[in-house]
Design a protein around this ligand. Structure first.
Ligand SMILES: Nc1ncnc2c1ncn2[C@@H]1O[C@H](COP(=O)(O)OP(=O)(O)OP(=O)(O)O)[C@@H](O)[C@H]1O
Length: 263
């Protein structure tokens, strides 16, 4: 029987930012979302619809104004130990080597040095950066830098990996290779991560990689549409997913146009 343990449960979450002394901006409204073990979920929406804000709220980096977020059975009230994030811009520490970057989160956990060392070396190998432990990010290509970003996030063994457009700054080939490598690590359980949420603007990427694609639309943003991609991941091709891509694209464009008329 399929394991359907819930890794993330978001209930009635809203978020407003204080713009100045008199004005607040409501960015997200009444978000409800469950993510199960063994799932990859995509979040699509226009720029500014609140996708990154939602990821940061799940990570506990931003407070929600209303509602509840529970990750791995624990309410998220601050930085969440069961999640980690990979960013579009890599967000590496340029003054640290590959080893320093990858071990950063492990050191913050206060683990013994021998454990930090072992897990960092293992993760550097697993992500395909063997031989580069002493290199600095500026000495490496964009694809290799993003591998550091993934290794840093995965080293702390998050249950839920939060991906904020992690492939969009890479060329098509490099992005494709990194996606395939990540999938392989996940499907073969070489990493402890159970589930992932991917924020992307690339509908094809979402359909090829994810079990479900959610649309965050409206102003303030809310989850308005869900598409279950029920073709086994391994058998997906551009041809047999084209209908999904076209349907999602049409729905998204329609919703964005609708929102524009309401603003
Ligand atoms: N810390 C903050 N303070 C004030 N406003 C914020 C803050 N963070 C985000 N916002 C506002 O919230 C809205 C949503 O931003 P967010 O970055 O979540 O959108 P997004 O959907 O991820 O956009 P993109 O696709 O361009 O990355 C924007 O209007 C942004 O200006």
């Amino acid at each position: 029987m399929k394991n359907t343990r819930t890794v993330l449960e978001i209930k009635n979450v809203s978020k407003s930012f204080q713009k100045d002394q008199k004005h607040t901006q409501c960015v997200l409204d009444n978000i409800n979302l469950e993510v199960s073990e063994n799932e990859i979920v995509a979040l699509l929406g226009r720029s500014g619809s609140g996708k990154s804000t939602l990821l940061r709220m799940i990570a506990g980096l931003v407070d929600s104004s209303f509602g509840s977020i529970v990750c791995n059975d624990q309410p998220v009230t601050g930085p969440c130990p069961d999640t980690s994030m990979v960013f579009q811009t890599f967000a590496l520490f340029p003054w640290l080597t590959v080893f320093g970057n990858v071990s950063f989160g492990l050191q913050a956990l206060g683990l013994p040095a021998s454990e930090v060392n072992r897990r960092t070396v293992d993760m550097i190998d697993l992500i395909g950066l063997s031989g580069y432990a002493d290199a600095y990010p500026k000495e490496l290509s964009g694809g290799m830098r993003q591998r550091i970003g993934f290794a840093r996030a995965l080293a702390v063994e998050p249950q839920l990996l939060l991906l904020d457009e992690p492939f969009s700054a890479l060329d098509i080939y490099t992005g494709h290779k990194l996606r395939q490598d990540l999938l392989e690590l996940w499907e073969k359980h070489y990493i402890k991560t159970k589930s992932m949420i991917l924020v992307t603007h690339d509908i094809e990427e979402a359909v090829m990689l994810c079990d479900r694609v959610l649309l965050l639309t409206g102003s303030p943003g809310t989850i308005t549409d869900e598409f279950k991609i029920d073709i086994p991941r391994k058998t997906r091709t551009q041809e047999n997913t084209k209908l999904w891509v076209d349907t999602i694209s049409d729905t998204l464009n329609h919703k964005i146009a609708l929102t524009a008329t309401q603003l």
